[in-house]
Write a protein that binds this ligand. Structure first.
Ligand code: MG
Ligand code: MG
Ligand code: MG
Length: 322
């Protein structure tokens, strides 16, 4: 075993999975320096943050703003010590995870299928962001949060919770964000949230396929292959003139990939709703799932912002009832 702990977030990295890897590696190394201030385990190996793929423009902006390098890419964990942040599912982690030594998991999702032969540091809270969990770990182990670390943790919370508007947001996320904002010297959380979120809204340089695949997942819904993508925008008008092109690309993707349906959430984070673009052989699932008829290419869903909480579960149910 190498004497390094690689701290890694999930595949297709978002701001939380990158920034939480950096912040947790920093915390771990403070534990190491401070003579195991964690009081619960020996920290000997040096931690190093890594990522599984290129960072998105929002994450790039956040790292630059607070003076951090983009971590190196690592896609295989075989024979290595690894710490997982922002995920605990094999499908989302590095290759060779069964031949890696998982030393810690810090997360805020449902518990995945990564297992360990021994007790490890495993902290998972049902909150809006891994960074929120990390803030508590810094505080509990008495490690000071620098202005820069506060900046990336705060950015992660604003990103994951869509400036506290996502259904996944908890009071704890808001409380922690306020504390981090003080340390980072940021006064207006909404303004700063829009500033970072607008980096993902820059779709002009992206192809239609890149827009669809920005944040895209395949699902098996009652034996049918269904794709659900999401793009968060500060204003839907930013994408208006691309809709036809995106729709044609979705149609092509559906034919070539043998999909029963492809759904693309164009989420307006300021208006707090989603224009759902749909190509499917079963248009009736839209009304079943969301109580509104599909007219033309899309349907507006007021208040819908979370794929995992508000779109996937009703779609799964609707496909099951076909
Ligand atoms: Mg994430
Ligand atoms: Mg997260
Ligand atoms: Mg996310």
């Amino acid at each position: 075993m190498e004497h390094v702990v690689y701290v890694v977030g999930h595949k297709n990295p978002d701001t939380d999975s990158v920034c939480s890897a950096i912040a947790f590696a920093y915390l771990w190394n403070k534990w190491k320096e401070g003579g195991n201030v964690s009081k619960m385990m020996k920290v000997e190996a040096e931690a190093k943050p890594v990522i599984q793929g290129d960072v998105n423009p929002e994450t790039k902006y956040v790292l630059e703003k607070f003076g951090f390098e983009v971590p190196e890419i690592m896609t295989n964990g075989e024979g290595k010590k690894v710490a997982l942040v922002d995920h605990s599912e094999k499908a989302q982690t590095v290759e060779g995870i069964d031949k890696a030594e998982v030393v810690a998991i810090i997360d805020h999702h449902k518990i995945g299928d990564v297992t360990t032969p021994q007790p490890i540091l495993f902290v998972n809270l049902p909150v809006g962001c891994t960074a929120t969990v990390l803030k508590l770990l810094f505080d509990k182990t008495g490690v000071e949060i620098t202005k820069e670390i506060a900046g990336i943790l705060l950015s992660s919370i604003l990103s994951d919770t869509v400036i506290f508007k996502s259904a996944t947001t908890t009071e704890l996320d808001k409380e922690v964000a306020e504390e981090l904002a003080k340390i980072a010297g940021i006064d207006d959380l909404t303004k700063f949230g829009v500033e970072i979120k607008s980096k993902l809204s820059a779709v002009d340089d992206l192809s239609a396929m890149e827009i669809i695949k920005r944040d895209y997942k395949d699902f098996d819904m009652s034996g049918k292959k269904v794709g659900v993508g999401q793009i968060e925008l500060v204003d839907l008008s930013l994408i208006e003139n691309r809709i036809d092109e995106i729709y044609e690309t979705m149609k092509k993707m559906k034919e070539e990939g043998g999909y029963a349906g492809i759904f693309l959430m164009l989420t307006d984070i300021m208006k707090e709703g989603t224009e759902l673009l749909v190509v499917t052989d079963y248009p009736e699932v839209v009304e079943k799932a969301f109580g509104k008829k599909l007219e033309g290419k899309s349907v507006w869903l007021e208040g819908v912002m979370s794929r995992k909480k508000q779109v996937v579960p009703p779609l799964e149910k609707a496909f099951a009832e076909l």
